[in-house]
Every structure is written in C-alpha cells, then in structure tokens.
Ligand binder design. Structure first.
Ligand code: ADP
Length: 616
C-alpha cells in the first residue's frame, strides 16, 4: 500500500487514520470514516481501489468535486472517469461503453445515476470490488444536505449481493452527530463497519479574531500583505460581497466575487478564475465553497461573524487542505451579532412549519449564534474553544492561535461585574446592553432621564471606564451565565443561573486585555507563513533564496497548468513546491524524494521543475 501511495501520489507515509481504514477495507470489512476536511479521505478509498482486482465506484454529490478528483487522478496516472449530469447523453453512453471494457479503475458517479437502465446494464457484468460513498451524511434526513438519491446506494449493493458479488462498502464524511452516524450505517446498509473518528483538530490552521475599527482597511491590509496568495473572503450579505470586492479591485487586488444574486454563468466564470489562480482572491457569501477542493487556499478571512460555529469551522476549514500552513481570521464587530440576529429572525423556511416549530428553530439558531459570539470575544485559546465545542475535551492551550500568541494581562473585574449586575437588577431586568452601559457611565440620554434612571444608585458609578472595557466585562458575565441575554427582537439582559457565583468568596471574574502584539505575528511576511505550527510546512520555513525559488516554481506551475487547462494545484500543491525549495533536487531520483511527486508526475513535470531549480 505504501508503495502505491508513493508511486501514484508521491507521499511517503499515511496520515493517522488512513492506514487503519485502508487495512480494514483490504481485509474485506465495511468502514465508516469520520474525518475533518483536508484529513485525506480520498486516499482511503483510492489506494484500495488501486490494489483491488475490480472497479471502484465512488458515489459523490457534487459535479465540481467529481471533476476535480478525476482530473487529479488522471494526472497521477490513474484511469478514472465521472458520470453525471454535466455530460451529454452520448458522452454518458460512451463512458459506460468504456467502463464495460474495463478502461477505468475508478468511476465517480452521481447517486441518482445508480438507478438508471444504463447503470444496471453496466453492473450486470462488471466486476465491482469496492463502493465508496463520499459526503455520506447526505443520506441522512437529519442533516441539511439530505439527498434522496443516496438512498439508491443500499439497493445497488443489495442487487450485487443477490448475485453473490457484494463489494466492500465504505463511507466517508466530515460531519456527523450521533443521529447522522446511525443513519449512515442504517440507510447505506453498512455491514458491521469499522468506524473511525479522527480528531477535529486541523493543526496546520492558525485561528485568530480581530476587532478592527475599520474592517475595510483591515481587510485590504491583510490581503495586500499576502499578495499573490490564494484566499477566500466571506461576507454575510450580497451587498457586503459587492462592497468588499469593489474596494479590493479599486486597490489593484485581482479579486472575483460570488453570491446567489449573480447569474449562473457569471458565478461559474468567477469560480474558475479563482480555481485556476487567475484571480487568487474570491469574495463570497456562504453560497460559495461546497465542493471546492482547491488545496492551496492560504487564508480564509471572515469579514463578518458567521451564524454558527458549525458554519465557521466548515468555511474556515477550506484553508490549507494541502496540509500547509494557512490562516483563518475573523473580523468581529458587535454589530455582526445584531445583523445575524436579524437575518435569522427573517430567515425563510424551506417547508411549511407551524409557529411553534418556527420558534423552536429560532431558539436553536440564536443559541448557536451565542456560541459564535463567545468565540469572537473570548481571550482564551481559540482552538481549545472550537474543539471543546465539537465535543473533544482538551485542556491545553494550543500556542498556535491569535489568543495564545497575544500578550494578555489578566484583570480582576469582580467588583465591576457586581456593579453591572446591580444595575441590571435596578432596571428590573427589562433593558438591553446599551441602556445598562448608559446608566453605568452616567449618560444624559433622553430615555435615561425620562425613565428617571439618573436617580438610580448605579447611575454614573462606572463613568471612568471605557465602554469597550465594560462590554468585555458583560461578555465575561454572559459566559459565566451570571447574566443572560434574551432571544427577543430587542434583547434584554437578565440575571442568569450563575448569579450566585458572585457571592462565592473564592470566585473571581477576570478579563484579559492585550498588552502588545507578540513579535511572532509582526513577522515581515505578515505572520501568515510562520503560523501553522506543529509540522505544518509554510513558506516561513524558507530563507530569502528559497522564497525566490518558490516564486519561480509557482510561475512554472501556472504556465504548465495553463497549457493543460487544469487548476495549478492539480499540477503540484503549494506544500510540494515548498518541499522542493527545501530539498532542491538535482536529479529525477532526488525529485522523487519530494512529498507529492509520484512516478507519473515526475514523468510529466519533473524535467521542467528541475530546470527551474538548476536555474537553466
Ligand atoms: P478530504 O477529502 O478529507 O477533505 P482530501 O482527500 O481532499 O481530504 O485530501 C486533502 C489533501 O491532503 C490533498 O491535497 C491530498 O493529496 C493530501 N494528502 C492526503 N493524504 C496524504 C498523505 N498521506 N500525505 C500527504 N498528503 C496527503
């Protein structure tokens, strides 16, 4: 298996989890692999596909994903094809005719096609050793991505079994709650599968949250610091996308845009500009990304806070799929919470629901929004926050995120917390944050005077504190559940179930303030390449000469990709180019030592890249 990995994909070792799943499949056991994006799920079925006698059928939900995978496989020297609605009827017939002649080792197919006469005809005689189901959570009606076609998988496998030819069945996904997991096993008909869940952590990703005064300026600086690098910028609204993209383009940044308000054709063109590195930056709403396999995305910048941690981790996770260092930055402003609340409250439901159901859904959505707001305001380790949220208990700080890198000073704010709670009590738990801040800071706002709040004991009590500090203390009180914020249209601050904590003698409420940015993130190359830590290869590993070589190799890659009309990352990943700069191979044999260079790619591109390295 290791030999196949090296020969076709150019990698020396399997990643954690890959080996175990591959061993199970080869032993004839069904498997279910739950691994985060970028963990390398495809290899888990592609290697067995190469080792097994017959054909492997891969069920995949997305046309773009299939196309990408098949292009990459053919580049690596594996005969593969896809069959989906992007082909004409005659192309489909041709593909099936070739498949019957055993031309392909791996066939990607849309689930709906499993139930067509042509597929029946093909499987009547074909030797199928393995069926792999990608994005297997689509079979579950619990999730948002339910796709009825996935229900065809079980019937298809059962048909083969009737003929005494049951293939091994394997399924993969990145997302799975308990319900979805049970559904996958049951609805796909997995038989006593080996289930492997690898951790959610993406070690090569660097997480950070910033609260800039001017988001536009911050985004522009961030992007220009990383000129030429591929990045995704997510905005909450179509208008946001238009504004940010226009601003970037005005400043000479080659950026494309993507949102549901554009025509299909324009969207496709812009997506291709991004995939082919013609425009390295794309500004998009969350409509963009599903099925995008671009491995060299070096950063994902959230211009607004998303609505949930689930969304955030999925979107941010599109950075660094090649395993190289990449950054995920969120630009937060308190206004984001209000905008999201508005969007959630006015969300159109896909199906008819009762008022009660609507309320229930909204409550759940607002709870998710709260978790996301906490992430955006916490001063604790960001990775720890994410992993704990997804149910992985970890107590250690990661030393590889914006908060771990920043120098914070801890402040005891128990007394301030008490005053705030007193104020909430005095206004009878009937007002929102702004009113409470106004009272505490002694505002002469007309509403305050009209209610007579200028006569309260807490009026002006905290006048000497900056509003931002008091907001931070309120955030801390909310996190401790000493206070809660209601889910109404005009959210009100009330006392929470943790209220008693303030009476505990041993309890102290603390906030952290940043002293200065640590030198680490002020690195001349914008910190992006340093960040990533723990074995993640980034350009920070290169010296100036190496950096110059990297740029030359990148140009070569772009030229070759253009010639072949494939996205550049299909030629070689960023990580492979970096490894090339570090190892500086001089001969084809040495070139094979580079991670990501297999026999087929050596033959195709070895010479061209060796020439660049030798400087001829
Ligand atoms: P997933 O489907 O889990 O999101 P992919 O299968 O697309 O992830 O793999 C992500 C990236 O990791 C790809 O660029 C792939 O070539 C690379 N990769 C997979 N396995 C290995 C490995 N053993 N060593 C190095 N890189 C790997």
């Amino acid at each position: 298996m290791k030999h196949l990995l090296k020969q076709y994909f150019g990698y020396d070792d399997f990643r954690p989890g890959q080996k175990k799943l591959i061993d199970s499949i080869m032993a004839g056991c069904d498997v279910l692999g739950i691994m985060p994006t970028g963990a390398g799920k495809s290899i888990c079925y592609q290697i067995p596909a190469l080792a097994m006698q017959g054909i492997t059928i891969v069920v995949s939900p997305l046309i773009s994903l299939m196309k990408d995978q098949v292009t990459a496989l053919n580049q690596a020297g594996v005969h593969a094809a896809y069959i989906n609605s992007s082909l004409t009827e005659s192309q489909i017939s041709m593909a099936f005719a070739n498949a019957k002649k055993n031309t392909y080792k791996i066939i990607y197919i849309a689930p709906e096609r499993l139930d067509t006469p042509q597929f029946y005809d093909f499987t009547a005689t074909a030797e199928i050793s393995l069926v792999a189901v990608d994005e297997a959570h689509c079979v579950s009606q619990w999730g948002q991505d339910f796709r009825p076609g996935y229900l065809n998988v079980a019937a298809f496998v059962a048909r083969l079994e009737e003929k005494g030819r049951r293939p091994v069945l394997c399924a993969f996904t990145a997302t799975a709650t308990k319900e979805v997991k049970d559904d996958m096993v049951c609805m796909l008909g997995l038989r006593e599968p080996d289930i492997l869940v690898t951790g959610f952590d993406r070690e090569n990703l660097y997480f950070a949250v910033e609260r800039p005064k001017d988001k536009m300026k911050a985004a522009l600086r961030y992007v220009t610091d990383r000129a030429g690098e591929s990045g995704i910028i997510y905005c909450n609204t179509r208008n946001g996308v238009e504004d940010v993209c226009e601003m970037l383009v005005e400043h000479g940044v080659p950026a494309a845009k993507y949102h549901a308000g554009m025509s299909n054709q324009e969207r496709m063109e812009n997506q291709d500009d991004f995939l082919f590195d013609r425009k390295p930056v794309i500004v998009a709403t969350n409509a963009f990304g599903m099925g995008i396999d671009k491995s060299n995305v070096r950063y994902v910048l959230h211009f607004n806070m998303p609505q949930s941690m689930e969304n955030y981790y999925q979107e941010a996770g599109r950075a660094g799929r090649d395993g190289g260092a990449a950054q995920c930055l969120l630009l937060y402003a308190p206004k984001d919470t209000a905008t999201n609340r508005f969007l959630l409250e006015n969300k159109e439901s896909k199906k008819e629901i009762t008022e009660e159901e609507r309320k229930e859904i909204l409550e759940r959505d607002l709870q998710r929004l709260k978790v996301m707001t906490f992430y955006s305001t916490t001063k604790e380790c960001l990775r720890k926050y994410i992993l704990n949220y997804f149910g992985e208990t970890t107590h250690a700080d990661c030393h590889n995120c914006g908060n771990c890198d920043a120098d914070f000073e801890k402040h005891d704010v128990t007394e301030l917390g008490r005053q705030i709670v007193n104020c909430v009590y005095e206004v009878r738990q009937r007002f929102g944050i702004n009113m409470i801040l106004g009272v505490l800071r002694g505002s002469k706002n007309a509403k305050i005077i009209r209610y007579g709040f200028d006569r309260l004991k807490t009026y002006g009590k905290l006048a000497e504190y900056a509003e931002s500090t008091l907001r931070q203390v309120i955030d801390a009180l909310l996190q401790e559940e000493i206070l809660i914020q209601t889910a109404d249209q005009y959210p009100v601050i009330c006392l929470g179930k943790g209220y008693g904590k303030l009476k505990d003698e041993g309890f102290s409420l603390t906030i952290k303030t940043e002293v200065r940015k640590s030198e680490k993130s002020d690195d001349a190359r914008g910190g992006a390449e340093k960040a990533g830590g723990k074995g993640a290869l980034g350009k920070g590993a290169l010296d100036d000469a190496g950096f110059a070589l990297f740029e030359k190799l990148r140009q070569k890659r772009l030229a070759l990709a253009k010639e072949e009309r494939v996205p550049p990352y299909i030629v070689f990943s960023d990580k492979t180019l970096i490894d090339m700069c570090l190892k500086q191979p001089r001969t084809p044999e040495e070139m094979l030592e580079v991670s990501g260079v297999g026999a087929s790619k050596l033959e195709k591109y070895g010479k061209a890249f060796l020439q660049v390295i030798k400087g001829t």
